[in-house]
Design a binder for this molecule. Structure first.
Ligand code: FEO
Length: 405
């Protein structure tokens, strides 16, 4: 197995997981667990590792550069198992090797692994490690993604290793943004942001401000998932700034499931009205859960860049349809309506006489920070032509409000 030299003396030695299709509720076409070997004149450091079961990829890629037993320092930017799963094998191979991590990192590793023989070296923001001609600096980044998270910065080449931040869940032969293509890389990063980073937006803004105030210049961003940002580093930083401030388009996302087609007919009537006003609309049927636009995690990027969100469900046993309940539970956790810019929305659906589902949707939209603009639009059984005309007009009205935001 091969490593990839990303700059002189720094190598990608990560693992590619081509088979992964679901990762904590996120559907994905595989992913990468990026690890980086930094070879100084005096010491060699390995930044992060991989999910359990991928030890061989990490160790063999390191071996393509140096004997893995020559590693002097392990750096654990993040405890979550997709970045630390190789540490048991590495600490066994390298008895006594120092593991650089935050105080929360030490606690987290102790709760995940048998660490009685691990040699923790706790660092805080501003601490540095001189590898001989290569200096690594550490910046605590709590809750980006977990309380233990930190960024590592290679000062001489101005490379940021931010672990999850700026990542993308893709498995590919491309290692760099310009190889994958700017637009694809940003699209995948937006999906990653929408599904993982959205509730952390205030911390993203604070951290980027801190990086700026410390005068930290970034030439390259080497995250723990996906491609390395070497040509478009400033683009992804700007995208994170914009997403974190709630920047969105004149666009409406409509998410629904339907029992016998009536709720779906309403969804499309809203969409017609929205399109008549020249506003972009995306209609997402929650169905098989795997293909594009039918799974909660495939929809979150659309929600992120929409100024409005409509959610529809039929009543089922006086509850939400299960797929819609799943989506709303996910949405409430991510809270895309609290990103700093208003997102409008309302509920809709067909029912047999009770509007329970519409009430439940409205409550959940509010919990997700959405500005719910009416009590919802319900029809009993099948929508009649007057209902569809009314739905189309509601779509037009919503589109006009979106354009006015
Ligand atoms: Fe990719 Fe928070 O782990």
């Amino acid at each position: 197995m091969k490593s990839i030299e990303i700059v002189n003396g720094v190598y990608w030695v990560g693992a590619i997981d081509w088979d992964l299709r679901d990762y904590h509720g996120y559907t994905l076409p595989g992913t990468t667990y990026n690890a980086y070997l930094v070879v100084g004149d005096d010491k060699i450091a390995l930044i992060d590792s991989a999910y359990p079961g991928f030890d061989d990829q990490i160790i063999e890629r390191v071996r393509s550069v140096v004997d893995p037993k020559e590693i002097d320092v392990l750096i654990g930017n993040h405890v979550e198992v997709d970045h630390s799963g190789t540490l048991p094998a590495l600490t066994k191979m390298l008895p006594g090797v120092p593991i650089y991590c935050t105080a929360n990192g030490k606690t987290g590793f102790q709760k995940h692994y048998d660490t009685k023989d691990w040699n923790f070296h706790v660092v805080k923001s501003g601490d540095t490690l001189d590898l001989g001609g290569k200096t690594l600096a550490f910046l605590e980044a709590p809750l980006l993604h977990w309380p233990d998270s930190m960024f590592t910065y290679y000062a001489e080449e101005k490379i940021l290793f931010p672990n999850d931040a700026f990542g993308q869940h893709i498995a590919s032969s491309e290692r760099f943004d310009d190889e994958l293509g700017r637009d694809v890389a940003l699209k995948e990063a937006q999906k990653f942001y929408g599904n993982l980073i959205t509730p952390l937006a205030p911390r993203v803004l604070k951290k980027l401000e801190e990086v700026g105030s410390l005068g930290i210049v970034i030439n390259m961003i080497a995250p723990s998932h996906g491609v390395i940002w070497r040509s478009y580093a400033s683009d992804i930083v700007n995208a994170y700034l914009n997403w974190s401030k709630g920047a969105s388009k004149d666009k409406v996302t409509i998410v629904y499931d339907s029992m016998h087609g009536s709720t779906g007919t309403l969804a499309k009537a809203f969409a017609e009205g929205i399109m008549e006003e020249g506003v972009e609309v995306k209609v997402c049927l929650l169905k098989d859960g795997k293909s594009e636009g039918t799974h909660r995690s495939n929809i979150m990027a659309d929600v992120l860049d929409s100024k409005a969100l409509l959610v529809g469900s039929p009543n089922l046993q006086n509850q939400l349809y299960p797929t819609v309940a799943d989506f709303l539970s996910y949405l409430k956790g991510l809270k895309p309506g609290k990103l700093g810019k208003k997102k409008l929305g309302f509920a809709f659906g067909s029912h047999g006489g009770s509007v329970v589902a519409i009430k439940l949707i409205s409550a959940d939209l509010k919990a997700a920070g959405i500005d719910v603009i009416n009590d919802g639009f319900g029809v009993q059984y099948r929508p009649e032509s007057a209902d569809l005309e009314r739905a189309t007009e509601l779509g037009r009205d919503l589109a006009r409000r979106v354009k006015a935001l």
